[in-house]
Design a binder for this molecule. Structure first.
Ligand code: COA
Length: 245
């Protein structure tokens, strides 16, 4: 499955999506939104890990400004990007963004919507939307606060602070900074690590971690499901028999 703006590689335990609009620095246009929704459909139907990356030294330079320029109130209320990024955030299995170069505006929001981010030393996160007279309305105003706290989020959102790879690492926005040439290899290693866990356990852990409330009831319910799974018995028997993974 490959669209005009994405390369999509479907593997047994993961799907790898590469944003491909190099002529527009991977700016997210309507076609890319549509194709990313198609990827979501695939992952909802058959849950797998997702690795999302850019190419040519850029993750994504934001929503497509040419398209944004023409949008009015009704398109804003459709939540074109916010709904897509919410859908990505709610994918059943963990998602990883491998960020090399700019992740600005909607590009940053796409990375914020993923569960884990890895960065190259060239990564730059920022939300310059107010400079264009608009709001970062596809998640940055609340996801960035959840990820980094209100103080840093407001520096990014209100004062145009850009977070380079060192900042992102120090602030916990990214799990690791790795040389560009190793970025995908490290991302795959992280996915390998997750792929060794029980898939249902990962799925329920993500669901419970993101649950808006209801703790500890949700945690107990999820655990009740997992305690009855044969995967749990197999994994614990293997541990007790001395086979460590
Ligand atoms: N939407 C539409 N087109 C974009 C774009 C965006 N968000 N970001 C870059 N492009 C286009 C440019 O218009 C340019 O097109 P052209 O070659 O037809 O003139 C092309 O991509 C290359 O961009 P350029 O600015 O020349 O590349 P650069 O490497 O010098 O700079 C950036 C890269 C990301 C710093 C710069 O493109 C930029 O600031 N982009 C906008 C970021 C932004 O404000 N995002 C928030 C949007 S909500």
């Amino acid at each position: 499955m490959t669209g005009s703006t994405l390369t999509v590689e479907e593997l047994d335990d993961r799907v790898v999506v590469t944003l491909r609009r190099p002529e527009a620095r991977n700016a997210i246009n309507a076609a890319m939104v549509r194709e990313l929704h198609e990827v979501c459909t695939v992952l909802e139907e058959r849950p797998r890990l997702l690795l999302l990356t850019g190419g040519d030294g850029v993750f994504a330079a934001g929503a497509d400004i040419g398209e944004l320029r023409e949008r009015g109130r009704d398109q804003a209320l459709q939540g074109i990007n916010s709904r897509l990024f919410d859908r990505i955030a709610r994918l059943p299995m963990p998602t990883v963004a491998a960020v090399d170069g700019y992740a600005l505006g909607g590009g940053a929001e796409l990375a914020y919507a993923c569960d884990i981010r890895l960065a190259s030393p060239a990564a730059v996160f920022g939300n310059p939307e107010p400079g264009l007279g608009i709001l970062a309305a596809a998640g940055a105003c609340w996801r960035l606060r959840d990820l980094l706290g209100a103080s840093v989020a407001k520096q990014v959102l209100l004062a145009g602070r850009r977070l380079d790879a060192d900042d992102a690492m120090r602030l916990g926005l990214v799990a690791e900074v790795v040389p560009t040439d190793d970025l995908l290899k490290r991302a795959h290693a992280l996915l390998d690590r997750m792929a060794r866990s029980g898939p249902l356990a990962l799925r329920l852990t993500k669901l419970v971690t993101d649950a808006p409330g209801g703790h500890p009831v949700t945690d107990d319910l999820a655990q009740a499901i997992l305690f009855e799974s044969s995967d749990k018995s197999v994994r614990m028997d293997a541990f007790l028999a001395g086979g460590r993974s």
